[in-house]
Design a protein around this ligand. Structure first.
Ligand code: 6PG
Length: 226
């Protein structure tokens, strides 16, 4: 099954962040109106930080939000390179989402035990309402890297030999990341242009393995290549 993408080309990274924040808040309102809760998967890396800071300044029905992570790095829980530490500092520590509704990947336990635990968490979470994802220069997303083999039926993978430090990580699978009402990619910067070009020309990069009914790709002009 091929994914249908809606590509949105914005002038710069700030515009991407502004639009993404609005999209997330709208998706939250829709989900809460329909089902009384909003299940959001956060992306790691640096690109989403602007979005998280904008969310932290927004008004929303925070007690009805449920937070998951697309991937995590196997580092101590308070390490500054953790995706959870970035999200906590930029967003989660500033809004009223109950701690019991923030499902951090326990990657400090090691990739295998953490993946085992997070599979149990996801069993009660799918489908997500919105999944946020970034993309690396090599076309990876979450911690799904080119050339890595995984059991496609798993919801969460233990990742070894990541080309992006640290070498060990935990990642939701393509199957889990695509099990969502909406997937939103955020891609900015000239260093992503080559991977965007390959993706758009049909290369089977990890980003292309995320299949869902509604995928929006927000890119800035630096990253876009047709
Ligand atoms: C991570 C992320 C990773 C990230 C991309 C883009 O843990 O590093 O999950 O998939 O989204 O590498 O990273 P930047 O946004 O920093 O370019």
């Amino acid at each position: 099954m091929k994914a249908d993408y809606d590509w949105h080309i914005l002038d710069n990274a700030d515009q991407v962040a502004t639009i993404a924040c609005k999209e997330i808040l709208t998706a939250a309102e829709t989900a809460i109106a329909k089902q009384g809760q909003f299940k959001l998967v956060l992306a790691g890396g640096t690109t989403p930080e602007k979005v998280y800071r904008l969310l932290a300044e927004s008004n929303a029905d925070w007690p009805l939000w449920f937070i998951y992570y697309g991937d995590e790095r196997c580092l101590p829980a308070d390490h500054t390179d953790r995706n959870s530490v970035m999200a906590e500092q930029a967003f989660l520590g500033k809004v009223g989402i109950p701690q019991a509704q923030i499902f951090t990947i326990p990657a400090e336990l090691g990739n295998e035990p953490a993946a085992l635990q997070y599979r149990q968490v996801l069993k009660g979470a799918l489908p997500f309402d919105l999944v946020l994802l970034g993309m690396g220069e090599d076309g990876h997303t979450a911690s799904l890297f080119p050339g890595h083999q995984h059991n496609a039926e798993e919801l969460v993978h233990a990742v070894y030999n990541s080309p992006k430090p640290p070498p060990e990580r935990v990642s939701m699978s393509a199957k889990a990341l695509g099990h969502a009402r909406q997937v939103l990619f955020l891609i900015t910067g000239a260093n992503k242009q080559e991977a965007v070009k390959l993706w758009r020309s049909g290369h089977n990069l990890p980003v292309a393995k995320i299949i869902s009914d509604h995928i929006d790709v927000y890119v800035d002009r630096d990253a876009y290549s047709d």
